[in-house]
Design a protein around this ligand. Structure first.
Ligand code: AKG
Length: 192
């Protein structure tokens, strides 16, 4: 099980809007993505000190063009997450979280991103928590294993905050999920 929540009803109700696919990419594909991303990321420093930021302990980049092997992987992500012809945000967002880094609860800007967020997780397992914005008793935890894909859409994207738990709090269904350095590769569509 990779999705648990405050109630069975909520898990069922949001089922069509939250998708977690373990082992979405192979070890070779992960290595290929890292080979393309590491040189650029290594030139940046992790940011820890911006207290108003949603993200703590991160560096990030955007990438428009990829080598052929990575393009194949990204096209698989796009066809899993988006309807054919749906206009996508050109650059793919790459977020590198330090082992001590985490993402605080937030809702992505409705001005800049559309109904769907799709992310690959590289290098580490993690727990993503969704919490209903107007009722914190309603929540879902997603187990994002290394090399998995998650997709959030519609209500799950607009009405729930999402966050990536810090290592000390990284527990899924009672089981510790050690959080190491994690890189996410995130595709989004444009607002309609
Ligand atoms: C965001 O960019 O809005 C995220 O929360 C990224 C989540 C992730 O790292 O997978």
């Amino acid at each position: 099980e990779v999705i648990v929540g405050s109630s069975r009803e909520l898990v069922r109700a949001l089922g069509g809007q939250v998708d977690v696919r373990p082992c979405f990419i192979t070890e070779e594909e992960e290595a290929g993505l890292l080979r393309e991303l590491e040189p650029g990321l290594k030139k940046k420093r992790y940011e820890f000190d911006h207290w108003d930021d949603a993200i703590h302990g991160y560096r990030e980049t955007e990438r428009v063009s990829w080598g052929p092997a990575c393009e194949v992987v990204l096209n698989r992500v796009r066809s899993a997450a988006f309807a054919e012809g749906s206009p996508l945000l050109g650059p793919v967002h790459v977020l590198d979280l330090d082992k001590a880094g985490y993402i605080k609860p937030h809702i992505d800007s409705v001005k800049f991103c559309g109904s769907t967020i799709a992310g690959l997780s590289l290098l580490s397992d993690s727990v993503m928590r969704l919490v209903k914005e107007d009722n914190p008793n309603e929540w879902l935890d997603l187990l994002l294993t290394r090399r998995s894909l998650y997709i959030l859409r519609d209500q799950a994207r607009y009405d729930f905050t999402h966050e990536i738990l810090k290592d000390e709090e990284s527990v899924f269904s009672g089981q510790k999920v050690p959080r190491r350095r994690r890189i996410s590769v995130i595709c989004r569509n444009l607002p309609s």
